[in-house]
Design a protein around this ligand. Sequence first.
Ligand code: HAM
Length: 434
Amino acid sequence: MPSETQDAFRAPVGTHDILPPESGRWAALVAAFARRAANYGYGLVITPIFEHREVFARVGDSTDVVRKEMYDFEDKGGRAIALRPEGTAPVVRAYVQHRPPSPWKVWYAAPNFRYERPQKGRYRQHFQVGVEALGVDDPDIDVEVIALAHGFYTGLGLRRFRLLVNSMGDAGSRPRYRDALQSFLRPHAERLGPEFAQRVEDNPLRVLDSKNPEVQALVADAPKLVDYLGDESRDHFERVQAGLTALGIAFEVEPRMVRGFDYYTRTVFEFQSDALDGAQNAIGGGGRYDTFAEEMGGPPTPGIGFGLGVERILIACDAEGVFATGDVALGATLDAFIVDMLGDGSSVALLEELRAAGVAADRAYGGKSVKAQWKAADRSGARFAVILGREEAAADSVGLKDLGSGEQHTVPRAEIVPRLADTRNAPRQEGTTR
Ligand code: HAM
């Protein structure tokens, strides 16, 4: 058994260090999301990693995320604080606090903290990229937001995922559904235990996303939300579906999908990957929250958004064999590695010149032997080695070796930097091992 000291110096259970080259894939994913969000008119929002606990109480006091999984504590000033378990509440809090002109369309990339039972695809710290759009009621924005996420997945190369949609109804229709659901569930309360019974009374909608197989079997026959929608909610939902169809985005209506938070109204959606295990197959989800801003003391402001789980997306990418490390420009992927046989300091100047020209370049340090430098060049994954040799130096030139094909030739010193800058974006040759 590992000693306590050993455990203390490991990342806590349910958390992970992301090291190069995997971190490069993360950076590339976030950069791709940033480009896409900007393209749809969303600006970056950065909120604190912790908030007053009260901000998240609004997410739903009867939800697991708030009731059981929150990392909350009292700070040294006696304030009740919680690490962000999800991204929507902080953004709505910021909207209410700053009152920016609406529509307010923002995107984010940030870690979230939930004290869950860790397993593959379920962590205590997970990272989401997401958007929130506040101040727009139009079903067109529901379609826009869903299309943004959908195109992001397909842009990464993902194909084996499904989009599920549902409508949660609004303040008018929800109570009627709640009553019907309670009447359906109550007769089973004794058999399914006190926790179930409590839920049926406190928040029967939460019973619908229970993970208990017995409850799931029961829920399969429960009344459906869509049958209780008022005219406005039904019309909104139909227009969202028509909009998705018009864009050629396939979806399934999942009549009992309620998602894990109490703030949702009307449209909710989830993207599920068929390449992932059942309980962790959601690679993203979101929906409308038309009363949330008001509940936080702001003016009545409709809102909609989503969060996509980066860890799960990358697991899905691996399973589908897409968006591999090698496709990514933002890792520690080197263009050139210098093999210095002169040791006269000229490699330092050349490295600076290469980097200034945008060529990702590196070297070995500490006066390594030429053999050790070749080994380091190989391991670095660089496409080219630039050789500073005596003969070449005498002719005011350098050697340039393609580490994939093994081809080598001499290049005038004055030409090496522009030459490498030119080839920088050219694709690597097929059949190379790097
Ligand atoms: P959520 O469904 O709780 O929604 O989380 C969004 C995504 O984050 C999930 O679909 C999943 O990919 C990922 N995720 C959630 N929990 C974990 C975990 N423990 N480990 C790994 N990945 C996880 C929200 O958080 C809402 N704020 C989304 C939203 C935005 N709704 C409206 N606007």
